[in-house]
Design a binder for this molecule. Structure first.
Ligand SMILES: [Fe+2]
Length: 257
């Protein structure tokens, strides 16, 4: 039986995910890394790297790359709920944590950028045409710079899950995209934070592209009542570890989802 690409049932995608995990275990691939050519995530087969990395001169890159300084990032940019004249719809949340290196040392002065869908699961992007409402009071982008203890803090709205066309009835678990700029443009890292207990985890070929369950778990923020503010917002804590055995998974190329 053949199906049109994009019209495969979830059962087929889930079967392929299980096969890929089993094959990765057999090959002994470092299972905490995402598999770049992960067939259940359909578009990854077209755009994963197939050649060795191109070496560049970092100084040459920096001559043409964007530059920023501390004064370029306003503290208000970390609150995604105050960018318009009214309050956005949805659950107001606080997402906070620390950026750490592999030895647990804080990584300070790091530019963190976030982008996300609104509470209805809709992005402000012309390619997102799914029939969920835009929110005139929510753009879904923010920035912050880590403090001396590596800490960051965003106020935002809990994003909704959204459909994508990987296969029939494909839905992404709710997530916030994170970019860490590093000390130069060539060091930029991109990842996603998820929310605990999402029923879509088992079905999602992007989340499941990481074979190791513990590495997947590290992408999930933890509800933290000490971050929750009375009458205002619930809190989630998510630490980002850049290197070492417990490193947070990072995307190797920038997907659209
Ligand atoms: Fe997304």
């Amino acid at each position: 039986m053949s199906t049109t690409p994009g019209d495969e049932p979830q059962e087929q995608i889930s079967r392929e995910i299980a096969q890929m995990h089993a094959a990765a275990a057999d090959r002994g691939v470092p299972a905490r890394h995402a598999l770049r050519d992960f067939a259940p995530y359909r578009s990854s087969t077209f755009r994963h790297p197939t050649h060795a990395l191109v070496r560049t001169d970092p100084e040459e890159i920096e001559r043409v790359a964007p530059a920023f300084g501390h004064v370029d990032v306003d503290p208000y940019e970390s609150d995604l709920t105050i960018q318009h004249s009214g309050d956005p719809l949805g659950e107001r949340i606080i997402v906070a944590g620390r950026v750490l290196d592999g030895e647990g040392r804080p990584v300070r002065n790091q530019l963190i950028e976030v982008w996300q869908a609104n509470a209805s699961g809709r992005y402000v992007h012309k390619r997102d045409q799914h029939p969920a409402p835009l929110d005139r009071n929510f753009t879904g982008v923010g920035r912050a710079i880590t403090g001396d203890d590596g800490s960051y803090r965003f106020v935002t709205i809990k994003p909704g899950p959204y459909p994508w066309r990987n296969h029939r009835n494909a839905w992404r678990p709710a997530h916030i995209h994170f970019s860490l700029f590093g000390n130069a443009f060539t060091e930029r890292l991109v990842t996603q934070m998820y929310f605990p207990g999402d029923p879509l985890f088992a079905l999602d070929p992007i989340y499941q592209a990481i074979p190791d369950q513990a590495a997947r778990d590290r992408l999930i923020g933890a509800y933290d009542h000490s971050l929750t503010e009375p009458e205002r917002a619930t809190g989630y804590r998510w630490d980002i570890v850049l290197t070492g055995a417990t490193a947070t998974w990072m995307e190797h190329e920038h997907g659209d989802h």
